[in-house]
Design a protein around this ligand. Sequence first.
Ligand code: HMG
Ligand code: MG
Length: 302
Amino acid sequence: MSMPQQVRLVEVGPRDGLQNEKQPISVADKVRLVDDLSAAGLSYIEVGSFVSPKWVPQMAGSAEVFAAIQQQPGVTYAALAPNLKGFEGALEAGVKEVAVFAAASEGFSQKNINCSIAESLQRFEPIMAAAREHGVRVRGYISCVLGCPIDGDVAPEQVAAIARELLDSGCYEVSLGDTIGVGTAGDTRRLIEVVGRDIDRSLLAGHFHDTYGQALANIHASLLEGVAVFDSSVAGLGGCPYAKGATGNVASEDVLYLLNGLGIQTGIDMAALVQAGQHICNVLGKDNGSRVTRALLAREQA
Ligand code: HMG
Ligand code: MG
């Protein structure tokens, strides 16, 4: 299998990145981040979530964020929707693409969305029907594909079965999430090999949290298996509030550096992406999680 010539990066920083922050973040700061990311050439940005504010307070202002961002032509601005209520909120905010999220393990499903895997898939059905009616595209996530903080090991066959269900119900793509970042390159290749037996790899995406520092290796392993869509988070922001200790997604800047080195096209401007990451880190008062940004800034200062 040859490597893809082009890769689509799904920027999840404004959602996966900011959902985990303890401190309040203003709507204006979220809007600035999204607009900076569009300006850097990202073609897909996950802007927020229409989830219960009791569960994830940080995403409460997502409708206001959608109303204020400067939507650029050719850029997809998406949001998470866990149930019909969330979908309706997204629709009202003018969202054209949503993501539903299931888990590969029962323990995480209960903890994250308060229901079993089977119940979650049933809950998505009215979302899929409403999305069809309104011309909204739906992306599917599966969490804990390489391990669960509660249940431990997860069988690739289980991930394959849920991916099949999500695609059959109308998702156009399924993002495989290593929520707690435990997987290694060998696990990743095996996962894609098993999931890919019945599902075209062009319908799969990789979503690697970098908790154990394996995310870039896992992306490279996925590329070798023909996967061409990866989720990443500017400055490596993020984590999941329901997966204790899980750190951010792999940094978008670091993935871009890898892809640039492989000669794979993305259309993203590194300098602008670095600036977007630095700005939000300054706002949050935290260190930048991108190794590439840190290296580039150190070189500038030398
Ligand atoms: P529940 O408590 O079972 O829901 O939560 P419920 O239907 O019983 O409703 C309880 C209350 O929430 C009610 O309000 C509802 O109106 C309200 P009350 O009557 O008590 O005032 N409510 C809502 N409010 C706003 N928007 C909604 C909504 N739904 C209900 N959509 C529920 C079930 C799914 C709502 C909850 O568990 C939830 O919101 N979970 C979201 C958790 C989350 O966002 N996790 C992080 C994102 S997933 C992730 O990070 C993983 C990923 O990155 C991939 C990876 O890394 O693996 C995607
Ligand atoms: Mg995630």
